[in-house]
Ligand binder design. Structure first.
Ligand SMILES: *Cc1c(COP(=O)(O)O)cnc(C)c1O
Length: 454
């Protein structure tokens, strides 16, 4: 079989990121300061984040934001990434649909996360910051930021969700290889961590808790900033290099996607692949294109969450974000797609979902591993458990086409590879993995108090 792969040249690495908010008729409601309850200004954000990231976070008017040369130079290590037609998978499914995937797994750390890590580390360095902190779930974000921090000469402390710290020791080793300090969260090194351990000594951690710890350390350390790998607007912005490249590559393929799919944790890789295509829906040129976020059934914020102001973290240190959320105290089951275990959806995505520009589906853990195994056997790449949610959703779409006979063009983002997640695959093959059901009562418990927050 002749593989169709669409490659760009270095000069095609985008010169600017795309800021989707500039094109939204209904802008997301403002981020709210947790104590004053007033809309956030750049000055409120910049003690915590770099000034450049703070400005980007609140920029609702500029459509294109220039990518600094130093960042593009780093992107050259692995960008542009390939766009591949998944002909092996199409053949196996016997579908009339055409399936394409953008392969972000080719980055040195194996995921899309490096696109924003480099940008954020660069801005910190440029502003004279010496230390940065962050949280990581499955370890992909921590790995990406460790590489970026080392490149720009910054010291990095990473709070890693305890369950992943123990389940994914190799990601910890990757961060240490790049020179970062890795701390299992909840830890005794912060007030937020100590409180959680005291209340619940066997707590396996969550992204929300790890964020609280990283924010606390950043706020109490001189010349230290906090860096976030998902959820926020500026992170989504940096990830748009994915979709901007994919747009050119789909043109080379002579097709335009009918459906764009990505897995959904806090929304960064979904935003990255979707927003550049979504701009043609927002301006009315391509009203029919569908955008599908694939989230885990065990953490269904877009499909079953409430639209409310909520904190980005467990302890309530972050700004209040208007978003679809399961509540900042929601503790998702210990699925292997650690990067998707986050309670909320981010302001832009949530507004787009509310206005019906995007859809969401929820996928059970066993279905993701079935899809992942099939994909590996057909296309040769072992996907990350997170990315497998997108693959499962793409397969569903392709199978629907088989029934209707429609020749749809499906594009999904392969956000990362799974070569460091083989423990999860082992457990799948040993029939040791289960699906998880979230009951309406579970969701009611952690969402009922949200109204009182604001
Ligand atoms: C972190 C991660 C995700 C989930 O995060 P988003 O911000 O929703 O993209 C998905 N896939 C991979 C490979 C990841 O590392």
């Amino acid at each position: 079989m002749k593989r169709k792969k669409f490659l760009l040249n270095e000069k095609d690495i985008p010169q600017a990121w795309y800021n989707v908010i500039s094109d939204m008729k209904h802008k997301p409601s403002p981020l709210i300061h947790p104590s004053t309850k007033q809309p956030l200004e750049v000055e409120d954000l910049s003690p915590l984040f770099s000034k450049a990231a703070s400005e980007q976070e609140l920029n609702t008017t500029e459509r294109w934001i220039e990518i600094p040369d130093e960042v593009r130079d780093m992107y050259r290590i692995w960008r542009p990434t390939p766009l591949v037609r998944a002909e092996g998978l199409e053949k196996f499914l016997d579908t009339p649909a055409h399936i394409y995937f953008k392969n972000e797994s080719v980055s040195p750390v194996g995921s899309h996360k490096l696109n924003s890590a480099i940008a954020q580390a660069y801005y910190c360095k440029k502003e004279g910051v010496t230390n940065i902190t962050t949280e990581t779930g499955a370890g992909q974000w921590g790995a990406a930021l460790s590489l970026a921090a080392k490149h720009f000469g910054l010291e990095l402390a990473v709070y890693m969700v305890k369950i992943s710290y123990n389940q994914k020791p190799y990601r910890r080793s990757i961060m240490q290889t790049y020179g970062a300090e890795v701390i299992s969260s909840p830890s005794m090194s912060t007030k937020a961590g100590r409180k959680i351990i005291t209340d619940n000594p066997t707590y396996q951690g969550s992204l929300g808790t790890a964020i609280s710890e990283a924010v606390e350390l950043a706020m109490s350390t001189p010349n230290c900033k906090y860096v976030l790998g998902s959820v926020l607007n500026h992170v989504a912005l940096h990830q748009t290099v994915i979709g901007l490249e994919a747009e050119k590559q789909m043109e080379m393929a002579g097709e335009y996607p009918d459906v764009v799919i990505a897995c959904f944790g806090g929304g960064s890789n979904f935003s990255g692949i979707a927003f550049p295509f979504l701009r043609h829906k927002l301006n009315g040129e391509r009203p029919e294109t569908r955008f599908v976020a694939a989230e885990p059934a065990s953490c269904p914020k877009l499909t079953r969450g409430v639209f409310q102001y909520d904190f980005g973290d467990e302890a309530g240190y972050t700004p209040l974000i208007p978003m679809y959320t399961l509540g900042h105290n929601f503790c998702p089951a210990n699925i292997h797609a650690g990067g998707l275990r986050y309670h909320g959806g981010g302001a832009i995505i949530s507004q787009l979902k509310r206005d019906d520009y995007i859809e969401a589906v929820d996928i059970q853990q066993l279905d993701t591993f079935k899809a992942a195994t099939l994909f590996a056997r057909c296309e040769g790449i072992i996907p990350a458990p997170e990315s497998s949610h997108a693959i499962a959703a793409a397969i569903d779409e392709a199978l629907k086409c088989k029934v209707t006979g429609e020749k749809k063009t499906i594009l999904f983002n392969l956000s990362g590879h799974g070569l460091i997640d083989m423990t999860a695959y082992d457990r799948y093959f040993a029939n040791d993995l289960t699906n998880y059901e979230v009951t309406p009562e579970d969701i009611a418990k952690t969402t009922k108090d949200l109204e009182k927050i604001l």
